[in-house]
Design a protein around this ligand. Structure first.
Ligand SMILES: [Zn+2]
Length: 331
């Protein structure tokens, strides 16, 4: 297994960190933040590999030594990666205590010990509190990397003890060039559509292409448009969905409902989460009752929670929403 390739838009934060390290100002806690789909977790692993590598080249991991191999395989004893046990679940206090205990031990390799928390905003209050002591008094050669696309959800006590490092959204040109190398079989206009649907985030665009999700996104929007006239047909779209597809669909629907609220209050295309769909969203927003829209948005949020946290059946969740959107129930 190989270390993840460096991504072009990681170069800025990477250089900033390398400079800090050269100057002897390597932080003990980092908050890597930026929109989803930029590979922040991959960057966290490369940072860990750079510290643990046995033969680093300048500040980069060599990718060939035993330590780099162990980081790539996820089995390096001086690297702890803490994530929710299941997607959508919190990072628990027990998991954070275990992380802190491992950081307090002497390092196996005699050098750095690194812990990555991802997504850090998933720590519940008790977990965040458990982390504070380690953040306040990290041992020598200890690095905690918090990865988050919602840093505002972290307690200020945690945030203020981390050095913030923003992972920037690449320029469209750079993102498209990267995407062309990763998905050469897709037509250029398909790649551009995927990047637009991913709000500019290249890794997200790659996933949309690889999993055929662009077609799904188009079908979901079509069903929503259709639900006003024919909620039954719109509901039937979910007949062969698995939970993953439902969660994607609900995520889009929630974003679009917010976009409709923006449009209904006079915002321009630049304020939208899905500017590529502006014309169709504008048509949906026409004459829309904001209270009704707000109720619908709440229902979508509730459905998302149910889809994530319970075993609620997939199709009924979707059908309910299409029916709700079609009329009576939300009035
Ligand atoms: Zn190495």
């Amino acid at each position: 297994m190989a270390l993840p390739e460096p991504l072009p838009w990681h170069e800025g934060p990477w250089r900033a960190l390398a400079a800090a390290r050269r100057a002897g100002r390597m932080p003990h806690a980092l908050l890597l933040w930026g929109p989803p789909g930029l590979g922040k977790g991959l960057l966290a692993r490369r940072i860990a590999a750079a510290l643990l590598c046995e033969a680093p080249e300048e500040e980069s991991p060599c990718g060939r030594c035993r330590a780099c191999g162990l980081v790539a395989a996820g089995t390096h004893p001086d690297l702890t990666v803490t994530a929710p046990e299941e997607e959508g679940r919190p990072i628990t206090v027990d998991a954070v205590r275990e992380l802190c205990a491992r950081l307090a031990l002497a390092s196996h390799g005699g050098g750095w010990r690194v812990a990555v928390l991802e997504p850090a905003e998933r720590m519940n209050v008790a977990a965040a509190n458990a982390l504070l002591k380690t953040l306040e008094e990290p041992g020598p050669e200890t690095l905690l990397v918090l990865v988050s696309h919602l840093p505002g959800r972290l307690p200020p006590t945690v945030r203020s003890r981390c050095q913030r490092l923003r992972v920037p959204m690449p320029a469209a040109e750079e993102a498209l060039a990267w995407l062309a190398a990763r998905a050469p079989e897709a037509a250029p206009e398909t790649r551009a559509a995927a990047l637009a649907a991913a709000h500019g985030a290249p890794l997200l665009a790659e996933t949309l292409l690889a999993e055929g999700l662009l077609e799904l996104r188009a079908a979901v929007l079509e069903a929503w448009e259709r639900a006003r006239r024919d909620p039954v047909a719109a509901g039937a779209l979910a007949a062969d969905w698995d939970r993953g597809r439902l969660e994607r669909a609900l995520g889009w629907l929630e974003g679009w409902a917010l976009d409709l609220a923006c449009l209904a209050t006079g915002a321009g295309t630049e304020a939208l989460g899905s500017p590529d769909l502006a014309a169709r969203l504008r048509a949906l927003a026409e004459g829309l009752d904001l209270i009704r829209l707000h109720r619908f948005h709440e229902r979508v949020r509730r459905a998302r929670r149910l889809a994530r946290e319970t075993q609620a059946a997939v199709q009924p969740l979707w059908e309910d929403l299409m029916l709700a959107w079609s009329g009576e129930e939300l009035a």
